[in-house]
Design a protein around this ligand. Structure first.
Ligand SMILES: [Zn+2]
Length: 271
């Protein structure tokens, strides 16, 4: 199955694919190892922010090597491209999937940008995640588009994946988001594409599974993974005798791997 088939099959069958953000070798290794242990396809997500930190080519190269050696399907996704040129650069590098963060624009301009990047991706075996509502702030903070307006835009845009705002937001360290499941349901009735939830770290297990039943197919997780990674390091470094970075990084990698496994199971609606 190619990347799009993996996601459309998930939407049809009512489960979701985890899109896990990575920032370095250790986090990439943790995510891929978790996917292999669970025997499930996953999305390795590199954000424009992470690329600023570690280098886009560098992170992509590590992800690609891990993907090629992996026993399960891995989709390498560029998350939150902040401009058309940045999205284009990721397509040229060989990413499987690219998200253009463009919902901050007026809807007409957003549609033009999405159409342009989608046209560029055509024939290159890359799927485009369009941002139809602002995904970073939650509580429908962008232009208040109705479900039919979103559906019309999706059809015209050529985007395969559809990012919407149903109330979650980025960088939440507690599960206090409250999802607008009615808005999700209205969109899901009109849009058959895989729907994308950003900021899933702030969403409770029950609400997340409910959203998946209603059509959420790609679930983005970053903060929760960072927390598991950093908490493990904090714990290890409370011992002043530990100085070998491999010791605490291995511990952090193991903690994050466990967290990813737990989320993969949750997205299958099995537990
Ligand atoms: Zn996001």
């Amino acid at each position: 199955m190619n990347s799009l088939e993996i996601l459309t099959t998930a939407r049809k069958n009512g489960y979701a694919i985890g899109a896990f953000n990575c920032i370095n070798l250790e986090t990439i290794a943790a995510i891929v190892a978790a996917a292999e242990l669970e025997n499930k396809a996953i999305i390795l997500q590199i954000s424009e922010n992470a690329a600023r930190y570690a280098g886009l080519e560098e992170l992509f190269a590590i992800a690609k090597i891990k993907k090629d050696k992996s026993a399960v399907p891995i989709i390498i996704h560029f998350d939150h491209a902040e401009s058309y040129s940045s999205a284009k650069r990721a397509i040229d590098l060989g990413f499987d999937s690219v998200m253009l963060e463009s919902a901050k624009l007026e809807p007409k301009e957003n549609l033009e940008q999405l159409k342009k990047i989608s046209d560029y991706a055509k024939g290159k075996n890359v799927i485009i995640e369009g941002e139809f509502e602002i995904t970073s702030k939650g509580t429908r903070s962008g232009q208040q588009l109705s479900a039919p307006e979103i559906a019309e835009m999706v059809n015209k845009s050529g985007s395969e994946l559809v990012a919407i705002d149903i109330g979650s937001k980025h960088k939440m360290t507690t599960k206090e988001a409250s999802l607008d499941l009615e808005h999700l349901q209205d969109i899901a009735k009109l849009v058959s594409n895989p729907l994308v939830l950003h900021g899933a770290s702030g969403v409770s297990k029950a609400e997340l599974q409910q959203a998946i039943k209603l059509g959420i197919t790609k679930v983005n997780v970053a903060t929760e993974l960072m927390l598991s990674f950093s908490n493990a390091i904090r714990q290890e470094l409370s011992n002043p005798d530990i100085y070998d970075a491999r010791k605490y990084l291995a511990r952090a990698q193991a903690a994050m791997q466990e967290k990813v496994r737990e989320i993969i199971r949750l997205l299958q609606l099995e537990s």
